[in-house]
Design a protein around this ligand. Structure first.
Ligand code: TYD
Length: 202
C-alpha cells in the first residue's frame, strides 16, 4: 500500500491553515503516521515565491514561480507517499489554477487561463486522493483576516470573488474535491474534515 495525499484548499481567510493543524493533531493522537506540509513551501523556492508575489510581476511569472516550488515539493511528497505516510497539504495545485487564472483574466490573457493552468497541473502535479475545499463568502473571509499585519495583494474582495468562483468551478468537474461549509464553527469544520479524511483512508 502507498500513502495518501489530502489537500486543503480555499480562499484566504477560510481557516484551512488552522483546521489542517488541528486535524493533524487529532490524527496523530489516533495513531496515524501523518505529515502536514504547505505551499508556498518553507524552502528557498517557497521564499522566492513569497518574494515574487510581494513585488510587481506579470501573473504568468507568478504562476511559474508557484509551479517551480510545486515541482520540487511534489518529489518530497512522493517520497513520503512511498513511506506510506498520510500527507496533508495546505494548498496545492488547485490554488494555482484558481488564483493565477483570476490574475491572468485581469491581465487579459487570451483564451481560458483556468483550462490552460488545469492542463499544465494535470500533466505534472500529483493527484490528491481527496481535496477539502473550505468554502466561505469572501466578505466573511476578509472580515476574519483584516486584522492581520501582513495582507497579500490577493486579499481583496473582487479578486477573492473570482478565486472562489474558480474553486467552485473546479469542484464541479473534479470528483476528488469535497466542499465543506467553512462558515460553520471551527469545531464543526474540523470534525467534518476529519470525518471525510478517515472515510478516505479507511
Ligand atoms: P499562503 O501562505 O497559503 O497564505 P494563507 O496562509 O493566507 O492562505 O499563500 C500565500 C498567498 O499565495 C495566498 O494569498 C494564496 C496565494 N497562492 C496562489 O496565488 N497560488 C498558489 O499556487 C498558492 C499555493 C498560493
Amino acid at each position: 500500500m502507498s500513502g495518501v495525499l489530502i489537500t486543503f484548499e480555499g480562499i484566504d481567510g477560510c481557516g484551512k491553515t488552522s483546521v489542517a493543524a488541528e486535524v493533524l493533531s487529532r490524527l496523530e493522537k489516533a495513531g496515524k503516521e501523518v505529515v502536514l506540509t504547505q505551499e508556498p513551501t518553507k524552502t528557498w523556492l517557497g521564499d522566492a515565491v513569497k518574494k515574487g508575489i510581494s513585488e510587481e510581476h506579470p501573473a504568468l511569472t507568478e504562476a511559474f514561480l508557484f509551479m517551480a516550488d510545486r515541482t520540487t515539493h511534489s518529489k518530497t511528497i512522493s517520497n513520503w507517499l512511498e513511506e506510506e505516510k498520510l500527507v496533508l497539504c495546505d494548498r496545492y495545485a488547485d490554488s494555482t489554477i484558481c488564483y493565477q487564472a483570476a490574475s491572468l483574466v485581469i491581465e487579459g490573457f487570451e483564451g481560458d487561463p483556468f483550462e490552460w493552468l488545469k492542463r499544465i497541473s494535470d500533466a505534472f502535479a500529483l493527484r490528491p486522493t481527496l481535496t477539502l475545499l473550505l468554502d466561505l463568502e469572501p466578505h466573511d473571509a476578509l472580515e476574519r483576516i483584516e486584522t492581520r499585519e501582513e495582507m497579500t495583494k490577493f486579499e481583496r474582495l473582487d479578486f477573492l470573488e473570482k478565486v472562489r468562483e474558480n474553486f467552485l468551478r473546479l469542484a464541479d468537474v473534479e470528483d476528488r474535491i469535497e466542499v465543506i461549509d467553512a462558515s460553520a464553527s471551527f469545531e464543526t469544520v474540523v470534525e467534518e474534515s476529519e470525518r471525510r479524511i478517515l472515510e478516505t483512508v479507511a
